[in-house]
Design a protein around this ligand. Structure first.
Ligand code: NAD
Ligand code: MG
Length: 393
C-alpha cells in the first residue's frame, strides 16, 4: 500500500530535495498535503506532478494565484496559518516538517497526533518547545526522525547502542564563509557574502545562520533536546570540508563518525526509509581524492552565538524560545540592511538579558500558546534592540 505523506515547506530547499526523492518512486507514495509560501508556480507544479490532495500557501493574498495555477487539476487549495494546521490534521504516515522558523512549530505538532513519523528538519521546533514536542510524540505513539544532517548522523551512529554508553556527541560546523576573516571585515559583511555558503546549498536564512554560527548554536540546543545529553557532553568542532557530519563518543573511548557528501537527500532519505536503508542518489565519497580531513576548535570571539547557546542550555525553560525568536528578528533586521552582521549576536544577547529581568527565563513553558507568547514578546524586544543599534550606526 502506498504511504501517505505530507511535506510542510515543500517549496524550500529541504522541501525540494524531499520532492526529488518522492518523485523517483511515485507509486510508493500517496501525497496528502504540500505547502509553500510565495513561490506559487513551484508549489502548483509540485502538486500537479505528485497529485497532492491539497496545496496550501502560507499567504492569504496568494490564494487566488494558487487557485488559478491549479485550475482543473483536482488539487484542493487553501491559505494561511490555520489552513496549515488543518492540513496537518489530515492523516499521513510520514510528514516532513521543513517550514523555516518558528512558523513550523504548530503544523509539526499537529502532525504528531496521527502517531506516524515526523521527519524534523525544522530545528526551531526542538529549540523552542523540545520537551513539549517530545511529550506530544510519546502521548500519540508518534516518532520524530531527525533530518538535520548532524542529528541524522548521530541518530545513525546510535543504532543498536545504549544511551548509557554515550560519553559525548560532537557535531561539526563548516565554519561558514567567514571562518578566517578578520573580525573587522565580518562586522561589515554584506548579505550576499553571508549567503554564500562554501559547501551546502541551503535556504537564505539558514545560510546566513551558518555564517554567524547561529545555526550551530541552534543545533547544539537541538542535540541537547533530542538526545537528552548533558550540555557539557555536547561539542561543536569546525570541520571545513563538511565530510564528517557528527561523531558519537562512547565510554570505551571509541568515536563513531558519520561521513558523507554534503547532500541533504541523505538525511531526508534516511528518515524516509527508516528503519531500512535504501539506495539514495547521493555522491559516493572518494576518500583518497579527499586526502585529509581537518578539524579546528571554534573561536567564540568570532562566533558569540556558540557562547549564547551554552547560556541557553544552562538556563533551559523559555530561553530556547527567546533565543530563537530574537535570532529570527535580528536576522530579519540584517537581511533588511538595518543592522550589521555582528549586531545580530548583540541583539540576541540583549534580548535574553531583557527577557530575564523578572527571572522568568528558566520557567518551562507549559503549552504551545505559552511558547508563542514568549516568542512574540522576545521578537518585539529584539526588534527594539535592532532599531536602537540601527539608529547608532
Ligand atoms: P527555505 O527558506 O528554503 O524554505 C522554507 C519553506 O518554508 C518554504 O517552503 C517556504 O515557503 C516556507 N515558509 C517560509 N515562511 C513560512 C511561514 N511563515 N509559514 C509557512 N511556511 C513558510 O528553508 P530550508 O533551507 O529548506 O530550511 C527549512 C528548515 O530546515 C529550517 O528549519 C532549517 O533550519 C532546516 N534545515 C535546512 C537545511 C538545508 O540544507 N536547507 C539543513 C538542515 C536543516
Ligand atoms: Mg545542520
Amino acid at each position: 500500500m502506498a504511504r501517505r505523506i505530507s511535506i510542510f515547506g515543500s517549496t524550500g530547499s529541504i522541501g525540494q530535495n524531499t520532492v526529488d526523492l518522492i518523485q523517483r518512486d511515485p507509486d510508493a507514495y500517496d501525497v496528502v498535503a504540500l505547502t509553500g509560501g510565495a513561490n506559487i508556480a513551484l508549489l502548483a507544479e509540485q502538486a500537479r506532478v505528485l497529485r497532492a490532495d491539497i496545496a496550501i500557501t502560507a499567504y492569504d493574498d496568494r490564494l487566488e494565484d494558487l487557485r488559478a495555477a491549479l485550475a482543473g487539476s483536482g488539487v484542493e487549495v487553501a491559505s494561511g496559518a490555520q489552513a496549515l494546521c488543518d492540513a496537518a490534521d489530515r492523516p499521513a504516515d510520514w510528514v516532513m516538517s521543513a517550514i523555516v522558523g518558528a512558523a513550523g512549530l504548530y503544523p509539526g505538532f499537529a502532525a504528531l497526533r496521527h502517531g506516524g513519523s515526523l521527519a524534523l528538519a525544522n530545528k526551531e521546533s526542538l529549540v523552542t518547545a523540545g520537551p513539549l514536542l517530545l511529550a506530544e510524540a510519546r502521548a500519540h505513539g508518534a516518532r520524530i526522525l531527525p533530518v538535520d544532517s548532524e542529528h541524522s548522523a548521530v541518530f545513525q551512529a546510535l543504532v543498536g547502542e545504549d544511551m548509557d554508553a554515550v560519553e559525548r556527541i560532537v557535531i561539526t560546523a563548516s565554519g561558514g564563509p567567514f571562518r578566517d576573516w578578520p573580525l573587522e571585515a565580518i562586522a561589515k559583511a554584506t548579505l550576499a557574502e553571508a549567503v554564500a555558503h562554501p559547501n551546502w546549498d541551503m535556504g537564505q536564512r539558514i545560510s546566513i545562520d551558518s555564517a554567524s554560527m547561529f545555526n550551530k548554536a541552534l543545533e547544539l540546543i537541538e542535540t541537547r533536546e533530542f538526545f537528552g545529553l548533558d550540555p557539557a557532553r555536547i561539542e561543536a568542532v569546525v570541520h571545513p570540508g563538511s565530510i564528517v557530519h557528527a561523531l558519537v563518543g562512547f565510554k570505551d573511548g571509541a568515536l563513531m563518525a558519520h561521513l558523507g557528501a554534503p547532500d541533504m537527500r541523505h538525511a531526508i532519505g534516511y528518515a524516509l526509509h527508516w528503519p531500512e536503508r535504501r539506495d539514495l542518489p547521493v555522491a559516493r565519497l572518494d576518500l583518497a581524492a579527499i586526502g585529509s580531513l581537518s578539524f579546528e576548535r571554534p573561536d567564540e570571539a568570532r562566533f558569540p552565538a556558540l557562547r549564547l547557546a551554552r547560556e541557553v542550555m544552562a538556563t533551559g525553560g523559555r530561553a530556547g524560545a527567546v533565543f530563537n525568536a530574537a535570532k529570527e528578528a535580528a536576522l530579519d533586521a540584517f537581511i533588511a540592511g538595518q543592522i550589521g552582521f555582528l549586531d545580530m549576536a548583540a541583539v540576541v544577547e540583549a534580548t535574553l538579558e531583557g527577557m530575564d529581568r523578572d527571572g522568568s527565563l528558566s520557567i518551562p513553558p507549559q503549552s504551545l500558546d505559552c511558547v508563542a507568547n514568549v516568542d512574540h514578546l522576545a521578537r518585539d524586544m529584539a526588534q527594539r534592540a535592532a532599531a536602537d543599534r540601527a539608529a547608532r550606526r
